[in-house]
Each structure stands twice: as C-alpha cells, then as structure tokens.
Design a protein around this ligand. Sequence first.
Ligand code: URA
Length: 431
Amino acid sequence: MRMVDLIEKKRDGYELTKEEIIFIIENYTNKIIPDYQMSSLLMAIYFKGMTTEESSALTEAMLNSGDVIDLSVVHGIKVDKHSTGGVGDKTTLVLGPLVASCGAKVAKLSGRGLGHTGGTLDKLESIEGLSIDIEIEDFVKQVNEIGIAVAGQTANLTPADKLLYALRDVTATVPSIPLIASSIMSKKLASGSDVIVLDVKIGEGAFMKTIEDARKLSKVMVGIGNSFGKKVVAFITDMSQPLGYAVGNKLEVLEAINTLKGDGPEDLTELCNEIGAYMVYAGGIVSTLEEAKKLVDEKVTSGAALDKQLEFIKAQGGILGDLDDFIHVKEIIEVKAEADGYISDIDALTIGVAAMKLGAGRETKEDEIDPDVGIVLNKKVGDKVSKGDTLAILYNNKDDIESIIKEVIGAFIITNEVVKKKSIIFEIITE
Ligand code: URA
C-alpha cells in the first residue's frame, strides 16, 4: 500500500477501506508516514468527508493506537459525559456528584483547558490539596467505594489523536465533522465507560456554529458509539453566551457547589438536571426517564448530591474550608452598562478570552493559572438593564487591565427591543 495512492483515492471522493485506514494510522503514529502526506490526506478528508464506516474505522484505529482503560472491575454501569467545550462550562463538577449520588458510577478522565475554554482538572485543582494524579488501581477503588473519581489522563490514551490534533491545528483541518467525531469518540471509548452523554455546544465560542452542523456531528458520534456497543446520546446546547454566571476556576467551583445545593443559575441547573437524568436512566438506575428526573431532583433537595460532592473532594485530598474565605484577589471591579435596554448577546468567546487574560486560563501550555481570578456575569441574555447597572464583576490580580475591562463591556450587546430568553437545550439526538 502506498500513502500517495490513498491520498489520491480520498481526493477523488472514493471511500477508504478499514485496512487502508489502519495502515494510515499505524504508519503515521510510528512516524513512517510524514506530516506532509498526512496533512494532504486531512485536507482531502476536510473537503470530501467520510462515510459512517470510514469514521468508525478511523475511530477504531485511533483507539487502538494506545492504551484502553479496563473498567470491568468497577461494579455497575459506568457513565461518562463529554462536552465539546465552552466558556463557564462547569457541568462535570455538578453532574459527576449528582449522578453518583443517584447510584451511577462515574470514572472520569478529564483534560486541562487551553485558550478560552477552561478544563475540569484546572477547576478541581483550584481546591487546596486536591489531586488528580491517581494511580489506576486507586482510581477504580474510589469509584467502587464512593461512585466517583476524576483523574488526569496519564495513561497513553489515543496517541494517534494527539499527533493528528496537533497537525490539524496548524493545517486548518480542525473543523471537519468526521475528524472531530473520531477524535472525541476515540478518547471516550478509550476511557472505558458503558454510557456516553455528549454535550455538543453551538455558538461563537464553540466548534460548531450552526444547528445543522451540530446535528451532523452528533449523529456521526452517536453512530460511532453504537457501532462499539455503547449507549450514546448527544445534547445540542447553547454556547452563544457563557454557561451560568461564573468564568474562572474557583469561581466555577463555587457556582457548581451552589448548583448542587439547588441554588444555581437557571441555565446550568436545567442543563445538569436534564443530562443528569439521562445518565441515570441510561445507566440503568431506574427504568424511565421520568423516574430519573424525579430521582435527580430528590438528590438535590435532600442534600445528598452536595454531600457526594464533598465526599469526592475529600477522597481526592481536597480541603474546602470556609467558602466565604475561598477566593482571594487584589481587587474586585464592577463593569457597568453604558445604556438602558435589554441584553441581546453576551459574546462567550470575548468573555472567555478576557478571563484567560486575567489569568484564569492558559494561552500556551506552559502558562500558570491563577485559580482565584475570573469574571462573574451579573446579567444574562434577555435581562433588562439600566445605564450604570453592573454587567459583570472582575476578580483581578493583575496591574493594568483597562483593555480587558473594555473587552468585557464590548461583549455585552444592549438593544431597545425586548429579548426572549433562549432554552439551553436545543435538541437531543439519540440515533
Ligand atoms: N475536541 C476534540 O477532542 N477533538 C476535536 O477534534 C475537537 C474537539
């Protein structure tokens, strides 16, 4: 087999066979196929797409390029959730303990954030003492004992994806549905859960900009998961504005805790309750979705979901202490509205980048995160404002942040017309 022939085949719109895809991934991972040929193939895939069979074969080849976590020693059905990334997305911090308190098993491998979207690990590590470096035996033991563990990806999972993702990043081939689908699903399948719930975000701050593309991506991912015998469902959700109010590591931990107390933002609460119910139902804890919704509700009201969160934090070495004394910054700055009206848009990307510039995220992998800083919105899309009202609060430790303040003000669009609030969930794709 010659790589040049396979590039030509895809360039001309023909379907690659499973053997050909295995040949490509094995030889690229082993550094036999050079980057220039792989780049050319990626661009051909970007333009010509892939069939479901090709996408599944690509996923399988990437999955087999590294270790696969064996969760068979965890008792019960393992549930996992993946978000395509967003600003203020702290759903894992809420959903993990919520569904574990309902009896589902959550064995979650998470990543760090890069750029304007924060990573679950950075948020968890903002809690004093909390460690995400857990050996696989301890990870499994903790899941069996308390129903939940969250760890960093230390194992050699999907090395082909790491290489390919870096190449896609510099060859303008990231936004290709089969490439995104196989990248996400290979990692999810390598993590070993039985049920996978995908949260596919749409909006300026997200990979998918339209509902049509989000639907296509969801269907491909659900199809791939099903071909591996996994239960997969995709929620298509709004990321046109940040999720909840808080953006920044400790700020998001606090918001997650409030949500588990039943006192969270409306959009985050709705999203976590709906996805949580689905995880509990698909995880076989109850036999209908209605019962799952009731159970999720009960666990929040009774305080069991919050207790599970505290148990989980303690099990991983975290010390929460007095929450009123959790965040320490040099200054707190209120950003005010410059006009009367209704908020029609809060640009998630701008808020995410502004929070990153304050130090809540990383521009490059080497950057250090400041866990205390960030932005808390005071208004959301649809809210009425008067000139001088606080739009957002900046938690800051830096010296000159005039330009960041301007960016945050610019992220809020205020109009004269009444703006209807959008639902957070647009569609649920099950097949
Ligand atoms: N997230 C991933 O893990 N891979 C992609 O290709 C895009 C988003």
